[in-house]
Design a protein. Structure first.
Length: 247
């Protein structure tokens, strides 16, 4: 049985087992906190000090990403307040916005290393390795977001996949938490903490974690293993070819 069939089989939880919208509001706030902590030194903190001197494409990408987090909070609040029809109307625009997040992520995934290599801040190989990380983020986000759109009429699956898609985007924020560099396992737990908390809540309220969480967590874990390949010659050959088009 493939993953789609498995998700369909468990789309309707047993009576009384639906996750309360307020819980997802708390998880969304947790994810916003992770973004603020991760990007504070290089983005939010600098902006508050009036330092906005960075390439336009990076500025646009930052605003689009912040917009995604704002959209997530807005959608969760609408569900929390029972504004289901408004939630669905906003969701139609949210699909287009999710595509924008994906497109900007790919663009900046190439632009950022090109900018750093041109400035002499990174070596060509460091830039090539970075491409694998950012492209991986977009593959994880795009696949989970696409699945969430597919299951948009099955709320118990949809909201868990949307949570997982946003967790995929948190990888960049976690990577910037350099105070956790000596503790890579802690970094991984912090990154996956929204999913882990969701699973624990499911365990308490449903008797078991929803299969959407299990599949998402496994997919994110497999995707995270790409960081072990960023310095491999096999990948660097690919990354150098991509960079050489722009550098």
């Amino acid at each position: 049985m493939n993953s789609t069939a498995v998700l369909d089989a468990v789309a309707t939880p047993r009576s009384g087992a639906r996750t309360k919208p307020a819980f997802y509001l708390a998880l969304s706030i947790l994810m916003v906190a992770v973004v603020l902590v991760g990007f504070w030194p290089t983005y939010f903190g600098r902006m508050l000090r009036g330092d906005i001197a960075r390439p336009l494409v990076v500025q646009i990408h930052g605003l689009v990403f912040v917009g995604w987090m704002a959209l997530l909070i807005a959608q969760v609040v609408l569900a929390w307040r029972g504004r289901v029809q408004m939630h669905r109307r906003v969701g139609r625009w949210g699909i287009a916005y999710g595509v924008l997040v994906l497109v900007m992520g790919v663009i900046v995934g190439v632009a950022a290393p090109v900018i750093h290599v041109h400035a002499g801040e990174w070596t060509r190989d460091r830039g090539a390795g970075f491409l694998l990380v950012t492209f991986g983020d977009m593959v994880l986000f795009g696949s989970l977001f696409g699945a969430a759109v597919y299951y948009r009429r099955k709320p118990e699956i949809h909201k868990r996949l949307m949570l997982a898609a946003t967790v995929a985007l948190l990888f960049a924020a976690i990577g910037r938490m350099h105070f956790l560099d000596p503790l890579p396992s802690v970094k991984a737990v912090v990154w996956l903490s929204p999913l882990l908390v969701g699973m624990l809540y499911d365990w308490k309220t449903r008797g078991r974690p929803h299969v959407a969480y299990l599949i998402s967590a496994a997919w994110l874990f497999v995707g995270a293993l790409r960081v072990l390949l960023t310095e491999s010659e096999a990948w660097l050959r690919v990354g150098r070819v991509i960079l050489d088009v722009f550098v």
